[in-house]
Design a binder for this molecule. Sequence first.
Ligand SMILES: Cc1cc2nc3c(=O)[nH]c(=O)nc-3n(C[C@H](O)[C@H](O)[C@H](O)COP(=O)(O)OP(=O)(O)OC[C@H]3O[C@@H](n4cnc5c(N)ncnc54)[C@H](O)[C@@H]3O)c2cc1C
Length: 434
Amino acid sequence: MTRYVLIGSGVAAVAAAEGIRTADPDGSITIISNDPDGYYSRPGLAYLLTGEIDTQLLFPFRAQDFKRLNIHLRQAKALRIRPAEKSVEIHPAAVVAYDRLLLATGASARPLTMPGSGLQGVNKLDHLEDARRLIQLAGNARSAVVVGGGITALELVEGLIARRVTVHYILRGKRFWSNVLDESESEMIENRLRKEGVILHPQREIVEIQAKNERVGGVRLDNGEQIKCEIVAYAIGTAPRTDLAREAGILCDRGILVNETFHTNQAHIYAAGDAAQIFDPDAKKYLLDSLWSSARAQGFIAGQNMAGRSVIYQKPVSFNVTRLTGLAITIIGAVGSAENIGPVEIVRGDSESWREVPLANVAEQETEHLSVRLMVGEKQILGAVVMGAPELSAPLLTLIRDRVDITPIRDQLLTPSASIEKILLEFQRISTGV
Ligand SMILES: Cc1cc2nc3c(=O)[nH]c(=O)nc-3n(C[C@H](O)[C@H](O)[C@H](O)COP(=O)(O)OP(=O)(O)OC[C@H]3O[C@@H](n4cnc5c(N)ncnc54)[C@H](O)[C@@H]3O)c2cc1C
């Protein structure tokens, strides 16, 4: 009987268990995780913070689902991998033997490093525990400072606003998420934030977090400005958790390097999800993703391969459909442009593939509440950023993922002031016959 050991209880590990069971109904599966809350939706933490959902809704699995898959859950921290002995040392003290091992250890928020970063009231949003702490802090706070670009920082802003906390939002760059969004897209988000009462501080950095009674009392910015606050919430990027792998001699770059079957350079050891850095045949380099759907797809295939199948991962088009400042936002494929600026840092709900600059013409449509940007290649749409038109998410994903020939509508899309929304929906109607 094969012994499968999976480190981590996120979506990559659970999907790996499902993958294993498609090929091996009898092997023993042990999940080792140091998260006391086990398996839950991390993207859902944003909605918990705004108060739109209850904690219960975060859990995709019930006890009977783990039972059905015959998974043994072990709450422990993996301390060391001993590849030569095929075992993992854990805390509380024990040694767990494996025949096949998966590292699905996820990624951690990059920490703040300025003086005062260790004060009570400085918070990230990685785990359910962080969300609970923020909710508690928000109950007694009047103002908060949020720092970082990208989805999680904005989710922190919105969660705190929903809890009636005044929010100062510090942006290191000139504009919001400048390495993925273009100028008008950033502006659309920023305007909506201002309308919600958020005070934006572009091109500023926090140089010190100041204490009051040993808790956060305020921050000092690089221009000398002081802001009183009781919370500092940050999302300045993520880093794959690679310590265990590096110590065991597993090849890592920024993440744990894996081939298209999720095998690391060590026999019998695999990695998937946010912790892994995977070869992207389109970009011809190893890239990082921090996307739920990618982690799920990767874990499932890794599990099948661990159980003896030979399944090759073809990196799907990276996409995210989310809601920011009340707007449905869809990002699919390669949407980078030479003008995109800012650090190459990856954040939650983000993909490095989006920063790829495709050989394309840009088709744009913009109104006060709608923004559509398409990267139009010779015959295909290569990437899209859509704000405010959720009905375009599914058709665009199909067009981009399936590399649909858009020759019949290419010229129309690129006509200045074209109604891209209408053209796409009509094309979808004709193509599907609906
Ligand atoms: C606030 C937030 C918002 C997000 N928004 C989006 C979004 O809009 N769209 C989207 O697609 N994605 C989003 N994501 C990202 C998405 O949730 C992740 O890509 C996905 O959860 C990664 O899954 P994973 O299994 O690889 O890692 P994780 O879910 O991070 O799981 C890693 C697990 O490993 C455990 N672990 C780590 N080290 C050890 C150790 N030494 N011993 C034992 N256990 C260990 C951890 O406790 C954890 O259980 C968001 C994430 C967050 C936090």
